[in-house]
Design a binder for this molecule. Structure first.
Ligand code: FAD
Length: 307
């Protein structure tokens, strides 16, 4: 019988219709290609599955992690104990009704942008080139410095960590730069976006321009997790890191990109420890030389910022 530090495969399988994996390597699910195993990974097929998983995890005292596209994550080399909910199977849908899009949290954000353009809908251009899922994008209020996906959200369905299902309306939601007022351990299940009819040719051109700009400024040929730090008010984290001479700095196979100071790239077999060491170096040097404290944008699973 397979059993983790907590929970057992037999019990999981009796509770959940979706797939259940034990000791599943998270490096397969992160764009950094870094991360040890998740004790349990569950692929809920519907709300009932999510509720059952959350209830069992609580009963067993297990920590719950929600995985999107893994494009904003640094996961410990040792992995994590607890349960990872992967919504890519059961919550992978998008329905359009005029200007409204009703989207499952596991749906791909790039695909949503493409589907919106196909229908001549504007409002998601700020998400051009942002990888990951809609759930992850909502949690992070993904987008540019000026605009985020939160700007077009009119309704959101989530499961609180005590198992209570809630529907939040626009007036309940507050989105800021890479942040929201969504409860920390809740599971975002579905979101309703209100887009606008636009000029399809103009939207396509705008998106094309944004993609070209990304290709020129971001190190997209190596595994990475996008911006490591948030941009401090009135500044750019990448510019500060460049200013203190850290572009190209390397620990193991992790390197501060030569192209973009706020990206760390995995040049082969970088570990989470390597990446964290670079994060600490960048933070320390920027603080010493400019007085600015950089805040992490990337989320850490199983490891602390210091250590
Ligand atoms: C090349 C590259 C470029 C990028 N460019 C941008 C950019 O321009 N703008 C930008 O904002 N970001 C950018 N990012 C970062 C990243 O793509 C975004 O933050 C993205 O929205 C994260 O979505 P995800 O599904 O991958 O989330 P994950 O990385 O899987 O998770 C991120 C956080 O969201 C939580 N989460 C995920 N799904 C759910 C859910 N259903 N319910 C509750 N919590 C959930 C996770 O627990 C975690 O805390 C970039 C990343 C890369 C690799």
């Amino acid at each position: 019988m397979v059993s983790g530090g907590s929970g057992s495969l037999d019990t999981w399988q009796s509770l959940i219709k979706g797939k259940v994996l034990f000791q599943e390597p998270l490096s397969k699910y992160t764009t950094f290609r870094i991360g040890g195993p998740a004790e349990w990974m569950i692929f809920p097929l519907d709300l009932q599955d999510v509720q059952a998983a959350v209830a069992y995890a609580h009963e067993q005292g297990m920590k719950i992690f929600v995985l999107g596209g893994g494009s904003n994550l640094l996961v410990a080399d040792e992995g994590i104990s607890g349960v990872v909910l992967n919504l890519s199977k059961g919550f992978n849908y998008a329905r359009f009704q005029d200007t409204l899009a009703i989207v499952g949290a596991g749906y791909s954000l790039p695909r949503l942008v493409t589907e919106a353009v196909k229908r001549g809908l504007t409002g998601l251009e700020c998400a051009t080139g942002v990888p990951g899922t809609v759930g992850g994008a909502v949690r992070m209020n993904a987008g540019t410095r000026e605009a985020g996906i939160g700007d077009v959200i009119v309704q959101l369905k989530l499961l609180h960590n005590n198992g209570i299902l809630a529907t939040l309306k626009q007036k309940d939601l507050k989105f800021q730069y890479r942040e929201s007022n969504l409860p920390a351990e809740s599971v975002i299940l579905e979101v309703v976006l209100n887009l606008r009819k636009g000029n399809q040719k103009a939207i396509r051109e705008d998106i094309h321009r944004r993609l070209i700009n990304r290709k020129a400024t971001q190190p997209l040929s190596y595994p990475n997790a996008g911006s490591i730090f948030k941009n401090p008010p009135g500044e750019y984290a990448g510019r500060l890191i460049e200013k203190v001479g850290l572009k190209g700095a390397r620990v193991g196979d992790a390197e501060i990109s030569l192209l973009h100071g706020n990206f760390i790239v995995n040049k082969g077999s970088a570990t989470a420890r390597d990446v964290r060491a670079l994060i600490q170096i960048a933070r320390r040097k920027v603080l010493e030389e400019t007085g600015i404290k950089l805040e992490l944008e990337v989320k850490l699973w199983g490891l602390s910022e210091e250590g």
